[in-house]
Design a protein around this ligand. Structure first.
Ligand code: GLN
Length: 305
């Protein structure tokens, strides 16, 4: 496995040139565009890493699978899916268009920005710090680490340039679909997006989902099998935003991307995969990550469809 991962990283070392690091959150523009990391957490034989596997980046939208798992656990499936849908969307992750056009103005799924903001609002804590502590504790247990830290520079940068996310939240409030203190909910959203990770962590998080909620490294049952299954399913249908259909055909595995450059994938009963590559395509998905996921899926026959 280690040799395979090394050869995949080698093959796609330069593909980052086809993408660009995110700049709409200014701090993200400081990422190394040419970092390429790959990790697999096999449910039987453990963790394998290659390339820049310990290059640190922020979870960004990968954190949305954690907050979704938390809300499903704490609030239940009915409460979550009466507030957000479970359908893919062919628009960018921060688009407001469909939210306004489609009554009852409910976010289409929990993995786009509006959906993740609603999911956070459902959590039964009133302070943003309490919500984020619960999300980061769960992220740590899924990754098999004592704790997960937050990148303050990215948090401040995101908060200062958050007009679009604010617009989504205030629109939701105006139609009666977001309850609670908006500033507080948004603050929790910016903080969870700024949680720091690397592709090895993402591989273990993916493996926990792949193993029906049981972390294969710590052997802790972190999520119920049902919650793990629902999260995997939403990843498969909505995890790569408006690139979800194309990714389902090309790689065929449940995965979630973030504009920090990470992708976490969960291959049911087999493994978790984490990739790192801060240069993104026009949809906000990591160019190197997409290529490496697709390659591993082909070579290891991981396709679930
Ligand atoms: N923090 C980012 C945002 O709100 C998350 C988006 C992403 O990773 N696709 O825009």
């Amino acid at each position: 496995m280690k040799e395979l991962l090394d050869s995949v990283v080698e093959e796609f070392r330069d593909i980052w040139r086809n993408g660009r690091v995110a700049t709409y959150i200014p701090e993200l523009a400081r990422a190394c565009p040419d970092a390429v990391g790959l990790a697999v957490c096999d449910l039987g034989s453990g963790l394998y890493t290659a390339g820049d596997w310990n290059y640190p980046f922020t979870m960004q939208s990968v954190s949305k699978i954690v907050s979704l798992a938390l809300a499903l656990t704490v609030c239940g499936e009915d409460a979550v899916f009466s507030s957000v849908g479970m359908d893919p969307l062919a628009d960018p992750f921060n688009s407001i268009m469909r939210l306004e056009m489609d009554a009852p103005h409910r976010p289409h799924n929990p993995l786009i920005n509006s959906g993740a903001i609603v999911v956070l609002s459902l959590l039964p804590w009133t302070e943003s710090s309490e919500r984020v502590t619960a999300v980061s504790d769960l992220a740590a247990r899924m990754a098999g680490k004592p704790s997960v830290s937050m990148n303050s520079a990215v948090y401040i940068s995101e908060k200062e340039t958050s007009d679009r996310n604010r617009a989504l939240a205030w629109f939701l409030k105006s139609v009666g679909n977001l309850h609670g203190d908006i500033e507080d909910i948004l603050d929790a959203y910016f903080r969870q997006c700024s949680l720091e990770t690397n592709c090895a962590d993402l591989a273990v998080m993916g493996a926990t989902l792949a193993a029906d909620g049981r972390n294969p490294i710590t052997e802790e049952q972190v999520l119920t099998p049902r919650v793990a299954r629902v999260v995997r399913t939403i990843m498969a249908t909505c995890g790569m935003y408006d690139g979800s259909g194309e990714f389902a055909v090309s790689a065929g595995i449940p995965a979630k991307s973030g504009v920090g450059g990470g992708i976490a994938a969960a291959v049911p009963g087999m493994m978790g995969i984490g990739t790192c590559g801060p240069a993104l395509d026009s949809r906000g998905n990591s160019v190197a990550g997409l290529a490496m996921m697709k390659k591993l899926s082909e070579v290891l026959n991981l396709r679930i469809y």
